[in-house]
Write a protein that binds this ligand. Structure first.
Ligand code: CMP
Length: 140
């Protein structure tokens, strides 16, 4: 079925000037960008986004990293968009990511891992609403 998923191009990939190359991978795989913006997150916005990880030992570093520079948040739409995006990204830890995936090609560490993607329909719905109002999404 057609789905929407939230994608974040993280500060490491933005700093590498890889925004275009990463979005090209989404488009070549048949995903459409139906919303996009660049943001520099603050502690509250990044911490709220990753609220489910609040008790994890890596939470502080995660928020510190995600606020270290601008990010590009997008809504991707397409057939099986959630799983397709996760396939394109590769494993969370770039050292375990399959060759040819975004994280294998652009990421260095589990913290600076280039991209985020929603992991379920429920998280996609929450994450999209966290960054975009209905009037900022352009179905096409
Ligand atoms: P992301 O998919 O954005 O979701 C949470 C992020 O926490 C994850 O990518 C990683 O960048 C980061 N992270 C750091 N350490 C870990 C860990 N041990 N397990 C999972 N995620 C981690």
């Amino acid at each position: 079925a057609t789905q929407r998923t939230l994608s974040i191009i993280k500060p490491d990939a933005v700093a590498k000037n890889a925004i275009g190359e990463i979005i090209a991978r989404f488009e070549k795989a048949g995903l459409k960008v139906v919303a996009a913006k660049m943001l520099h997150l603050d502690d509250d916005k990044a911490g709220g986004f990753y609220a489910e990880h609040k008790e994890r030992p890596f939470f502080k570093d995660l928020v510190g990293f995600m606020t270290s520079g601008p990010v590009v948040v997008q809504v991707l739409e397409g057939e099986d968009a959630i799983a397709k995006n996760r396939e394109l990204m590769g494993a969370t830890n770039p050292k375990e990511a399959a060759p040819g995936t975004i994280r294998a090609d652009f990421a260095e560490t589990i913290d600076a891992n280039a991209v985020h993607g929603s992991d379920s329909p429920e998280s996609a719905e929450r994450e999209i609403a966290y960054f975009f109002g209905a009037d900022e999404i352009c179905p096409r």
